[in-house]
Design a binder for this molecule. Structure first.
Ligand SMILES: [Zn+2]
Length: 308
């Protein structure tokens, strides 16, 4: 029996979450061995955060034993070939151009893969979470922004340029509101938490859900409108790719069926060429550890890709 172990680090603005994941020939699914979290100290800037990731990763390996590879989930975009950061919108300091992957790989002494945090969420939920067993799966994280990913046969699909899987940046309304990506009318611009709160005339999305759960008509209508945009985006993906499972996570998903129901209905009402009633739309299962677990799985997957 061949057992392999992988380290996952999930870099957030407040915490670095850590997971050790184990795989073995005779295990049907990877196993999460341990999880932990440590302060990021984002105020220390790119070099300080890089050092902190190395410190946390090294300490984890010392404590739990050697790993075969590592993955690092990051809250932004990076160059796939160089491992340099392109955009970290939520961390302070001069991140663009900062080399993050190679110093960590050198310090840990194992192959280290970078993965966007939303893609890590999808990889984790699709492998050991709510979407396990699905061969073609779409995931969305609903929150401040709308992250997404497409997973086919255990691998996130990033296309020829490493830029694919941006489910949240499909254009739904031409000339709609400006999106953080520079385009207009994306799913994200129309359905992020701030857009929902604004539409409902409430201070934040959590208030909208709380009031909607008590039957507030305006809040329910705003949720339906936003769910309609998300549903159109998902319908497009279902028509293009034919997934059997859609996993939804993030802060908004905590509202459960109040949000998932209208998203499911909207998706199904816009699909004609696929059996949409057989496409499940389910809430995420792994909670706050999904990113770290997905990062560990990205560490494993890079070895598969190298072996091809
Ligand atoms: Zn966009």
């Amino acid at each position: 029996m061949s057992v392999a172990r992988f380290l996952g680090l999930d870099l957030g603005g407040t915490n670095i979450k850590v997971a050790i994941v184990e795989t073995a020939d005779d295990m049907p699914l990877p196993r999460v061995v341990s999880t932990a979290q440590h302060a990021t100290h984002a105020e220390r800037g790119p070099q300080g955060v890089t050092d902190r990731l190395i410190e946390v990763g090294t300490a984890t390996i010392e404590q739990s034993g050697a790993v075969d590879a590592a993955g690092l989930g990051v809250p932004g975009l990076f160059e796939r070939d160089t491992g340099r950061i392109v955009l970290f919108p939520n961390l302070p300091g001069p991140w663009p151009g900062h080399s993050l992957r190679d110093p960590i790989a050198d310090a840990l002494g194992v192959p280290t893969a970078l993965i966007n945090d939303a893609r890590a969420f999808v990889l984790a939920e699709g492998t050991v979470g709510a979407g396990r067993g699905c061969h073609t799966l779409v995931g969305l994280t609903l929150g401040t922004g709308i992250g997404g990913g497409i997973m086919i046969d255990g691998h996130i699909q990033l296309g020829e340029f490493g830029t694919g899987s941006e489910v949240g940046h499909q254009i739904i309304v031409p000339d709609g509101p400006l999106c953080g990506c520079g385009n207009r009318g994306c799913v994200e611009a129309l359905a992020k938490a701030e857009a929902l709160a604004e539409l409902a005339g409430q201070p934040d999305a959590a208030t909208v859900y709380r009031l909607a759960a008590m039957g507030d008509a305006e809040c329910l209508a705003a949720i339906n409108t936003v769910a309609g945009y998300i549903g159109i985006g998902l319908a497009n993906v279902v028509t293009l790719l034919g997934p059997s499972c859609i996993v939804i996570g993030g802060g908004i998903a905590a509202a459960g069926e109040l949000v998932l129901g209208p998203i499911r209905d909207a998706m199904r009402s816009h699909v004609t060429l696929a059996p949409a009633e057989r496409v499940s739309v389910v809430p995420a299962e792994l909670g706050k550890w999904a990113g770290a677990i997905g990062a560990a799985l990205a560490g494993r997957n890079q070895l598969d890709v190298r072996a091809r």
